[in-house]
Design a protein around this ligand. Structure first.
Ligand code: PYC
Length: 314
């Protein structure tokens, strides 16, 4: 494991933290974001864990390793990761990266592109400080899938891609709010276990590692949902989840309930929201998600070789 210091900028987007790694990470060689992600996983996975896990981070933190992109039109390449592994894309994280780049003086109001594991996304920093993400193509791969939870309960939901794989279903009779996060986490973990055990995957065998539980928005005419998202591992997204909002809009469109140009509001557990819209493309949609990210801090992490927790607390 590298002993060199790691430089970071911390932001949060709608409550969900992003730790943007700006320097000190070992060289991952050349190639695409996904090729370098493979090197990160094989050679430096313990450093990934040490950056985001306690005691230097915490379990809900998402890391974003900033790299130079080999694509001429991209401002940077980014590898997103959390306490248990890497993510395909990360909507709140991409907004956090733009806020960190703005703080570092690297971007200003306007557009730029980021290369991610899941493809190139286009970001826009607006005059009012909000940030939009034009995400990768998002689509529903299966509808009304049935899984049987341990104990026999049946759950029906859709499987969709929004830069990560999601199983999207109704909240099980409990409101999507902070006081219920333990019960919501428990239910979502049971769904993910059942998907694994029953071999329910994406179309090419991909693991469905995000579970999105929905409850209708009340007290508003806006089209949208209140949503709890379980991330890979056992943490829930403090933001309304950008990739989850993308996957949800793809399902709503496929169901004929949302059309190009319509606005969609996705409200997270903390009551913060992302506003989405999309354009229709062959085989899916290209979502645009708008939100706000805030600077939290910046600093340097050290990993002394005699620290038994330099790889994080597992
Ligand atoms: O905003 O896409 C997102 C996300 C994924 C995991 C945590 N946040």
């Amino acid at each position: 494991m590298s002993l060199s210091p790691i430089h970071y900028i911390d932001t949060h987007t709608a409550g969900e933290p992003t730790r943007v790694i700006t320097g000190g990470f070992p060289d991952l060689g050349i190639g695409s974001a996904s090729q370098r992600c493979a090197v990160m996983l094989s050679d430096h996975d313990s450093l990934r864990a040490g950056i985001v896990r306690e005691p230097r981070g915490h379990e809900a933190m998402v890391g974003a390793l900033l790299l130079e992109s080999s694509l001429a039109d991209c401002e940077a390449a980014v590898i997103f990761f959390n306490n248990v592994g890497v993510l395909g894309m990360c909507g709140h994280g991409a907004m956090g990266v733009i806020e960190a780049l703005r703080h570092a003086g690297r971007v200003d109001v306007g557009k730029c592109k980021l290369e991610t594991n899941a493809g190139v996304v286009e970001m826009q920093l607006h005059d009012d400080g909000e940030i939009s993400l034009e995400n990768v193509r998002s689509y529903r791969s299966a509808s009304n899938c049935s899984v049987t939870l341990e104990g026999g309960d049946e759950v029906i939901g859709d499987i969709a891609w929004g830069g990560n794989w999601f199983f999207i279903t109704e909240s099980p009779g409990m409101t999507v709010e902070f006081t219920n996060v333990d019960a919501l986490t428990d239910h979502a973990c049971r769904i993910r276990d059942a998907l694994r055990e029953q071999g329910v995957t994406g179309p090419d065998g991909e693991e469905i590692d995000h579970i999105d539980l929905h409850q209708p928005l009340s007290g508003t005419e806006a089209a949208g949902t209140r949503s709890f998202v379980l991330c890979p591992g056992k943490q829930w997204d403090r933001s309304p989840c950008g990739t989850g909002t993308s996957a949800t809009m793809a399902c709503q469109h496929q169901r004929g309930q949302l059309d190009e140009g319509d606005r969609w509001t996705q409200v997270g557990v903390l009551g913060t929201s992302f506003v989405g819209s999309f354009r229709v493309v062959d085989g899916g949609i290209i979502p645009t998600i708008r939100g706000r990210s805030s600077m939290c801090g910046e600093g340097t992490l050290y990993f002394p070789p005699d620290d038994p927790f330099r790889h994080g607390i597992d």
